[in-house]
Design a protein around this ligand. Structure first.
Ligand code: SAM
Length: 248
């Protein structure tokens, strides 16, 4: 069934009022009519099963039939910090990472980042990134839309490490296996840190370790900057039983 994220103030005791771009989608793309059903999600982990009552020019009014916790939110929170990769590769990470269950995205620049974004372009990009994530969240039945931060710098990222239970620093040159790093993990709030095409410098690896990150390697093959975060997300969610089956 089609899902839409709505602002919490659009949800009343009996009705949901959908506004914005989704009205066009309901009317002209899906060509819905009164009595059709759709799910509205408040973006805070609650789903509302509704029936369309009326379709106007600027809003669609729906009657609430039932509400329940969104089933698509993982029990383990994994944020992804990606050093800005070239071209549209971050968009791939955002879309696929959201489908897999990423909690938030923190793009950043590090010593070998090639991409340069000034403040204005970064703000425009962030709007586009957030839209990609919203669509992926709707499509994959997530209960919330993972936020995408404005690109920050390496120092700013290091300062955020203490907000996480475990920071996994993806480093092909040395470190624990991901399996071992997950075995020793306490808590359920992870940050995964991925380097750019040229990788991290040794100085950055030392700074990350001093700031509390655990260096992890992913075996003998070098993954592209857009493949590594998706591989790590898949492994973490698999090991916590979030991809079906029991936790390992
Ligand atoms: N320039 C590096 C090289 O050629 O050795 C490779 C960098 S890789 C394309 C981009 C990023 O993906 C790395 O900085 C790292 O964060 C992550 N990565 C890729 N393969 C990895 C592996 N086998 N183990 C750990 N991290 C990996």
């Amino acid at each position: 069934m089609q899902r839409y994220f709505v602002d919490s103030d659009a949800i009343g005791p009996d009705r949901v009022t959908i506004r914005g771009d989704d009205v066009h989608h309901i009317k002209n793309v899906l060509r819905m009519s009164p009595e059709d059903r759709l799910i509205c999600c408040d973006g805070q982990g609650r789903d509302y099963l509704t029936e369309v009552e009326s379709i106007g020019t600027d809003e669609v009014r729906c009657r609430i039939i039932d509400s329940s916790p969104s089933p698509g939110e993982p029990g383990v929170r994994v944020s992804v910090a990606s050093s800005l990769p070239k071209g549209d590769k971050l968009e791939w990470v955002l879309q696929k990472g959201t489908e897999l269950g990423a909690d938030s995205f923190l793009p950043f620049t590090s010593a070998r980042t090639v991409v340069k974004l000034d403040g204005k372009r970064a703000a425009k990009k962030q709007i586009r990134w957030q839209r990609i994530v919203k669509e992926a969240a709707e499509q994959s039945h997530r209960g919330r839309i993972p936020p995408v931060e404005l690109p920050g710098n390496w120092r700013g990222l290091l300062e955020k490490f203490p907000s996480y239970d475990r920071v996994l620093f993806a480093y092909e040159k040395e470190g624990q296996s991901l399996a071992d790093a997950l075995k020793g993990a306490v808590g359920r709030r992870f940050l995964v840190v991925i380097g750019p095409e040229g990788g991290f410098t040794e100085a950055e690896a030392m700074e990350a370790a001093s700031a509390g990150a655990v260096p992890v390697h992913l075996g003998p093959r070098i993954l592209r900057a857009e493949t590594a975060p998706l591989a790590i997300l898949s492994c973490i969610f698999y090991s916590y039983g979030e991809m079906g089956g029991e936790p390992l």
